[in-house]
Design a protein around this ligand. Structure first.
Ligand code: ADP
Ligand SMILES: CCCC(=O)OP(=O)(O)O
Length: 356
């Protein structure tokens, strides 16, 4: 394995992040960002495979990586059946579930599929670590309010757990002995209640819960949404694309790039400011909800994800929630490193790869 490379892939709704590691060194890390128009050209998430894969193959070639040079490919895992956390070998059943969208369709579904394609061509195995469906919910958290419909755990599991461990380690605390609320603010927004190393409840990033995000509605007034579905005769795929893809900032402002929205909001665009503030306000409400789950026993609130680079967002959310606990900010994400570390635990024999 020494001298061989690990390719790490993280497809998000608005970007693909990629890293190349060799002997515990990150040789290169890049972000390929996509505009609304670029992504909008594709009817379905699966239609983006070729375009995203092409960028990755070019990336590998730019580093002169050819078959025989890779030890493994690892990617962020998407919407599949609920599973315990860990490192999984990508298998056919997983690829089929991700491709069909049986458990939902999201850019992260592309990760294991693309990893599998590249791994096959390079003669190595593909892995995924702590996918977005990691489920550590208490039974209470599953109750929705209507028999036959259950809440499920969908959140930025990989990054939330990685940043929680990092922040707590910096404070001399162990993840398994602390309670934190981790808020990931990116294309999607998830808020996890981490109790002694288990995410016992979360504001789900994907199923129409909690705050609106750059491209998702979050929770909606149900009667009005039901009326819209009936009046517009929407089918299920149209409903899903409103909830995740056409909602939030995109529906209000036609824009998903928070940096652009922030510029407008801070330069006199009242409409942009209203919806920018609205997103922060709803995020704060979600954090308070998770504080109630933890009965107020919260060591830290942690803000992470690309949008947490915004000082305005951080200050706004802090002004609503600092009464709960100290707020730590770890902008961006630790996902590439967490994926690398996850696959290395398996390749070094410290952990057994799980089967999906
Ligand atoms: N410095 C910044 N200030 C404000 N927003 C930022 C900044 N950097 C990135 N973002 C925003 O973060 C969002 C992307 O977050 P990210 O966590 O990378 O998303 P995803 O992985 O869901 O695609 C984009 O809307 C982008 O505008
Ligand atoms: C599907 C849950 C994770 C998520 O929302 O990821 P992005 O923020 O990358 O879209």
């Amino acid at each position: 394995m020494d001298g061989k490379y690990i390719l790490v892939i993280n497809p998000g709704s608005t970007s693909s992040k990629v890293a190349l590691y060799c002997s515990d060194n990150c040789v290169d890390e890049s972000i390929f960002r996509y505009t609304v128009d670029e992504i909008g050209k594709y009817d379905t998430v699966m239609d983006q495979i070729e375009m995203r894969e092409e960028r990755l193959r070019t990336f590998l070639e730019s580093h002169n990586i050819y078959p025989g040079d890779l030890a493994a490919v690892v990617a962020r895992g998407g919407l599949m059946k609920s599973i315990v956390g860990g490192t999984y070998i990508v298998n056919e059943e997983m690829v089929n579930d991700l491709r069909s969208g049986t458990y939902g369709m999201h850019a992260s579904n592309l990760g294991a599929i693309i990893a599998n394609d590249i791994a096959r061509d390079y003669g190595v195995k593909a892995y995924t670590v702590d996918p977005v469906v990691v489920d550590e919910f208490e039974d209470l958290a599953r109750i929705s309010g209507f028999k036959g419909i259950e809440r499920r755990s969908v959140f930025h599991a990989l990054n939330q757990k990685a940043v929680a461990r990092k922040v707590l380690a910096e404070e001399g605390m162990d993840y398994f002995d602390a309670n934190v609320i981790v808020t990931h603010i990116g294309g999607g927004i998830s808020i996890g209640a981490h109790q002694s190393g288990r995410v016992i409840d979360c504001v789900n990033a994907f199923d129409g819960e909690g705050p609106y995000s750059p491209e998702r509605t979050g929770q909606l007034p149900l009667i009005n949404f039901a009326k819209l579905i009936i009046e517009e005769q929407l089918n299920i795929s149209q409903v899903k694309s409103i909830l995740a893809g056409e909602g939030g900032m995109k529906s209000y402002l036609g824009e998903i790039d928070i940096q652009t929205i922030e510029q407008k909001a801070l330069n006199g665009d009242d409409e942009a400011k209203l919806y920018f503030d609205g997103m922060c306000y709803q995020i704060a409400k979600g954090i308070a909800e998770m504080a109630a789950v933890l009965k107020g026993d919260v060591d830290y609130i942690i803000l992470t994800g690309g949008v947490s680079y915004s000082q305005y967002v951080v200050d706004n959310i802090k002004s609503h929630v600092e009464w709960i606990s100290e707020v730590k900010v770890m902008p961006g994400e630790e996902e590439l490193l967490a994926l690398y570390e996850g696959v290395m635990r398996v390749l070094k024999g410290e952990e057994v790869a799980l089967t999906y």
